[in-house]
Design a protein around this ligand. Structure first.
Ligand SMILES: Cc1ncc(COP(=O)(O)O)c(C=O)c1O
Length: 360
C-alpha cells in the first residue's frame, strides 16, 4: 500500500479562481479555531506544565481521565506522541505490538515506535480495521527466550484508513478479553473516539475504562489547534511522564493549548452528529453518481474513482479546480467532514463531482 497522500497545494488558489470558498474535505484536521475557542485560549490561566503547575492543563487531564473511565491522564502535543509514549510505556525492545494492517500506528507514524521503542509490528488483516480475538491468540507465545513476546494489542476507534469504521462493542470486548487473558495490555488509538461515542451512543468511559491506555485527539473533529490527552492508571501515567520528557513532549505554558481543548469538550462533541449526517449526505450524492463509496459510519469515506473509469490523482486535481479538496490514499479519494464544512459545502462538493463526471 502506498503511503497516505496528499493534499493538492493548489486547491485554495483554484477555489478562489473558481469564484467560491474552498470546500475542504481533505481532512478533519483542516479546521480553524472558532472565535469562541480563540477567546477561551486568550483567557487561559497558565503555569509551567513541565513542572505540573499549569492549572488549565491539570483541569483538562482530570476531565479527560474521568471521561475515559481512567484514573489519570497526561497532555501531549500530538496524537502521534500519545501512541509513541504509550507504546514505550507498555513494551520492551523486541516485543510484538499487534495492530491491524492499515492502523495509523503501523502505517502512518514513520516507523516511530520501531525506532524509539524497538518494537516489531505484528500486522493482522481486518475488515475495515476491525479484527477478531483469534488474531490475539495466534500472535501470543508462552514466555520463552526463543519467540518474540506479544507486548501490546493496539486498536483504533474509529479506524481512519478503514473509512471512519466503528468497532462494534462486542467485538471490541472480545479482543480486549483475549489480550487480558494472556496478561497482554491493550492500547486504544482514540484519535476519533468521540466520533465513535456520538455514532454508537456508547459512553466514552465504556470504550476507555476497560483498556490499559486510551487517548483522544483535540485537533480532529473537536476542532482545536493543538493537543491530545493520554489516559490510564495512575501508575501507567507516572511512567508515561518519563517518555513525555524523553520525547520532548513536556511543555511550559501549555494552558494556552488546554483551554482550546476544554472549550472543544464543552462545545464540539454533540455537534459531531452533524458531521456524520453531512457525511451520509455526501455519500448518498456520490453513490447516486455511480461511485463506489465505503459506508458512512462516522465522518470519513473512501471513494474509488476506478468505478467510473477515473484515476485518483487526476480526479483530485480536477475537483480542486472546482473548489473541492479531497485527499488521495492508496489509489482512492478520501473525504472527511468536520466543523468547517456545512450542508451547503456538501452539496457543492457533490455538484463538483457531478460536473466532473459529466452528470451535472
Ligand atoms: C487514527 C489516528 N491516529 C493518530 C493520528 C495522529 O494524530 P496527530 O495528527 O494529532 O499526531 C491520526 C492523525 O490523523 C489518526 O488518524
Amino acid at each position: 500500500m502506498a503511503d497516505a497522500r496528499l493534499l493538492d497545494p493548489g486547491a485554495a488558489a483554484s477555489a478562489a479562481a473558481a469564484g467560491g470558498d474552498l470546500v475542504d474535505l481533505s481532512s478533519d484536521t483542516q479546521t480553524r479555531p472558532t472565535v469562541g475557542m480563540r477567546a477561551a485560549i486568550a483567557a487561559a490561566e497558565v503555569g509551567d506544565e513541565q513542572q505540573r503547575g499549569d492549572p488549565t492543563v491539570t483541569a483538562l487531564c482530570e476531565r479527560v481521565a474521568a471521561l475515559l473511565g481512567q484514573e489519570a491522564a497526561v497532555m501531549l502535543p500530538s496524537g502521534l506522541m500519545c501512541n509513541l509514549v504509550a507504546i514505550a510505556t507498555h513494551t520492551s525492545p523486541g516485543d510484538l505490538v499487534l495492530v491491524e494492517r492499515a492502523a495509523h500506528i503501523a502505517r502512518a507514524e514513520a516507523g516511530g515506535s520501531a525506532l524509539v521503542s524497538g518494537v516489531q509490528f505484528e500486522v493482522v488483516d481486518g475488515e475495515r480495521g476491525v479484527f477478531g480475538p483469534e488474531a490475539v491468540a495466534a500472535a501470543h507465545a508462552e514466555p520463552s527466550n526463543y519467540w518474540p513476546q506479544l507486548g501490546l494489542v493496539a486498536l483504533e476507534q474509529t479506524h481512519n484508513f478503514g473509512g471512519g469504521s466503528l468497532w462494534p462493542l462486542d467485538g471490541y470486548d472480545a479482543v480486549v478479553a483475549a489480550a487480558h487473558e494472556r496478561d497482554v495490555p491493550v492500547h486504544v488509538d482514540g484519535a476519533r473516539l468521540m466520533n465513535a461515542v456520538v455514532a454508537s451512543g456508547i459512553d466514552a468511559a465504556r470504550w476507555g475504562g476497560g483498556v490499559d491506555s486510551v487517548w483522544i485527539d483535540f485537533t480532529k473533529g473537536l476542532g482545536a489547534p493543538l493537543g491530545a490527552v493520554l489516559a490510564g492508571s495512575h501508575e501507567f501515567i507516572e511512567r508515561a511522564w518519563r517518555f513525555k520528557h524523553r520525547f520532548g513532549g513536556a511543555m511550559r505554558q501549555a494552558g494556552m493549548m488546554a483551554a482550546g481543548c476544554l472549550y472543544a469538550l464543552d462545545h464540539h462533541v454533540e455537534r459531531l452528529a452533524d458531521d456524520h449526517a453531512n457525511l451520509a449526505r455526501l455519500r448518498d450524492g456520490l453513490v447516486a453518481l455511480g461511485l463506489d463509496v465505503t459506508p458512512a459510519d462516522t465522518n470519513i469515506v473512501f471513494i474509488d474513482p476506478r468505478s467510473v473509469g477515473r484515476e485518483a490523482a487526476e480526479l483530485q486535481s480536477a475537483l480542486a479546480g472546482r473548489g473541492v479538496r479531497v485527499s488521495v490514499v492508496s489509489g482512492r479519494l478520501r473525504a472527511l467532514t468536520h466543523l468547517d464544512v456545512d450542508t451547503d459545502g456538501i452539496d457543492r462538493a457533490v455538484e463538483a463531482f457531478a460536473a466532473e463526471l459529466g452528470r451535472a
